[in-house]
Write a protein that binds this ligand. Structure first.
Ligand SMILES: Cc1cc2nc3c(=O)[nH]c(=O)nc-3n(C[C@H](O)[C@H](O)[C@H](O)COP(=O)(O)OP(=O)(O)OC[C@H]3O[C@@H](n4cnc5c(N)ncnc54)[C@H](O)[C@@H]3O)c2cc1C
Length: 411
């Protein structure tokens, strides 16, 4: 038995893009249904950064003070420790922004906050534990979404379906939209280690040693670590053994050494297969893709959440009135792509430049068994070191994005 439901906008995916768009559309008076396949937002680390641009959006919505009342950490700058030399690579304190700093907060707290505020609107419907399984199409037009929750099946008719279901999107596949892959020379192993605040400490940031690159994020009681490896090299690392990997991590960030015993098994490390891609066309009649579903970002700069939120804000601004007034046309969807494609392209180009010009050469300095080749500071880092003012540029790109969006829709 298939239950028939209906809404104006059905959003698949309750990540940063889907939850923000759901909230914004509900606030604009649109009947909106968000489908999230998990029963809660409690998931592994997927990026816990809230950027100054998102804090500005929270301010636009009148939610900033309440939001900053949630437990969080504040980061004023990001640094890199390159062959033992410390370089500030992004200084947020000079940003012209309501909050010129990054906030670190578990992503589930952020999504729970949006869900709770969304539920204040009677026209906001969040269906947790509900997976979008495909699109309903009539004469080439998308007119709804198929979904399931346990043994229940749904057909949800809607004026607009939004694929905000992340990089492994189901809806984008169902729509047959073509993807352009940019490729990436790296993958990342994520893990966490206990942090003892009473001991000598490391700084939040990137640690570069010849052939090694590790990002360590201070999360108060633990370190969130990302160990960057050449693409497809996990099997080789596994063959060399976990102890060899731990030796490399220790060499990269010596103060993490004591906690490395917590890595007992390869299951304690999670592989992020890095992809950089984007859709050639983000929409079809009745369907729009946003966030990672439209463009998977490299972890370089940690800007995926930022772009996802900015896509949601632009979509809310451009479609809110048309959806509420039932006059949505494909040209509105095209306008979203026009608005967001350029920032996506520019950001991906910068990420690819960092991947190819800094990360790949660093990792190439160490081949199996060979002693690492000595390396000089990459040129970009030499420049930032000599001219610290240059660290304002990465701060702007990471913190605000290339084309920051502000909420233009009235509640
Ligand atoms: C390990 C890791 C670390 C990262 N670190 C950072 C960082 O530090 N900073 C940063 O900015 N970005 C980071 N990112 C990237 C960031 O997480 C993404 O770019 C961002 O979350 C994209 O948001 P989104 O809403 O488009 O997609 P997602 O966050 O992927 O959300 C998609 C949602 O859709 C749900 N879903 C999927 N399929 C279906 C379906 N069929 N039906 C219903 N629901 C579905 C998923 O459960 C999920 O909740 C990281 C990513 C990973 C994997």
């Amino acid at each position: 038995m298939v239950e028939k439901l209906s809404t104006q906008c059905c959003i698949a995916g309750g990540g940063p893009a889907g939850m923000m768009l759901g909230f914004l559309l509900a606030r604009a008076g649109v009947d909106v249904m968000v489908l999230e396949k998990h029963v809660d937002f409690l998931r592994d680390f997927r990026g816990d950064t809230i950027h100054p641009s998102t804090l500005a959006v929270m301010d636009d919505l009148g939610l900033l003070e309440e939001f900053l009342g949630l437990p969080h950490q504040r980061v004023d700058s990001l640094s890199a420790n390159v062959y033992g030399q410390s370089v500030t690579i992004a200084d947020f304190t000079h940003l012209k922004a309501v909050c010129p700093y990054l906030v670190l907060m578990p992503q589930w707290d952020f999504l729970d906050f949006l869900a709770e505020r969304g539920r204040a609107f009677p026209n906001f419907h969040l269906l947790m534990g509900t997976r979008a399984t495909g699109l309903i199409e009539q004469d080439g037009v998308i007119v709804g979404v198929r979904a399931e929750s346990g043994s229940d099946a749904f057909e949800i008719s809607c004026d607009l379906a939004v694929a905000a279901d992340g990089r492994h999107t189901t809806l984008r596949e169902s729509a047959g939209l073509a993807v352009e892959e940019a490729g990436a020379p790296i993958d990342v192993l994520w893990f966490r280690l206990t942090r003892d605040p009473s001991r000598e400490d490391a700084q939040t940031g990137g640690y570069i040693r010849p052939g090694l690159f590790l990002v360590a994020i201070n999360r108060d009681t633990y370190w969130q670590c990302g160990y960057v490896i050449p693409k497809g090299s996990l099997e080789r690392l596994r063959a060399a053994g976990l102890d060899a990997l731990k030796d490399h991590i220790h060499e990269c960030v010596p103060v993490l050494g004591d906690a490395l015993g917590e890595l007992r098994d390869w299951d304690d490390l999670k592989l992020l297969t890095v992809q950089v891609n984007r859709l050639l066309r983000w929409y079809r009649e009745g369907l729009l893709c946003i966030g990672d579903a439209a463009h998977a970002m490299s972890p370089v700069g940690g800007v995926g959440i930022n772009l996802a939120i900015q896509d949601a804000v632009a979509t809310g601004n451009l479609l809110g009135d048309a959806l509420r007034e039932k006059r949505l046309q494909t040209s509105h969807l095209e306008a979203v792509q026009r608005r967001r494609e350029w920032p996506t392209r520019v950001t991906q180009r910068l990420q690819i430049a960092v991947q190819n010009e800094i990360l790949a050469p660093v990792l190439a300095a160490r081949r199996d068994g060979d002693p690492p080749k000595p390396q000089s500071l990459p040129l970009a880092l030499q420049l930032v070191r000599r001219l610290p003012m240059l660290s304002r540029i990465p701060a702007r790109v990471v913190g605000m994005g290339v084309r920051p969006e502000r909420v233009r829709q009235r509640a």
